[in-house]
Design a protein around this ligand. Sequence first.
Ligand SMILES: [Ca+2]
Length: 250
Amino acid sequence: MLSRLVVLFLLTVCRPFLLGQVSPKTTPEYGFAIVRVFPHDTTAYTQGLTYRDGFLYEGTGRNGHSSLRKLRLDTGAVIQHVDLGPEFFGEGITILKDKVFQVTWKSGEGFVYDLNSFHLMRKFSYSGEGWGLATDGRELFLSDGTSEIRILNPETFQEKRRLRIHDGATPVDQLNELEFVEGQIFANLWHSNRIARISPQTGDVVGWIDLTGLLSPIYRLEPEAVSKRHRVRSKSKATVCHRKAVAKHL
Ligand SMILES: [Ca+2]
């Protein structure tokens, strides 16, 4: 079965301002407009998604079904894949230079693949859980469901520092899959239709994107349905979102 991947343009909408409300919170909110829709395999339990040179790279989850896949964007066809062992629950992925990095949920183990061959080059370890992964082109940014994002050296995997994510004085947790977009970290919040736009310098949430309405009505009937936002094409300022319903895995 195929569902749909959608490409979005983000629309700046500062709701408190538009509604004329007086509020000390000034974090801007953004809406969206769908500009393209692509087919996607609904059996893939998407946990990580990124884009490089015309292809989507997808990390899927669930024990016994976890994989790394390369997809044709226009058809959704899987043209390359590697399966993880059944003991692993695949999570976020990112591409840095000619390598794909993938983390796992509770195993404390990640994988580094050759981008072209998907040959497993090495494994690495980290403490705690692995949820999302992104890169600024130099370092790896790892989320674990808390309000902190760890920054790792991509060669040694040593933790260099941590960002504490907050909107004003309020910590923001449930940070899930991550992407870098024009110098900001975009993080979707698990069990939410919202994406936080985060400063990688300070951890401040500098904007929110509300994807309410992206899911079709049939998916909105699912209590655990969420919009999983992933890959961003920064040149066009369009975001590819994944609007299949996903089951709770926590
Ligand atoms: Ca990612």
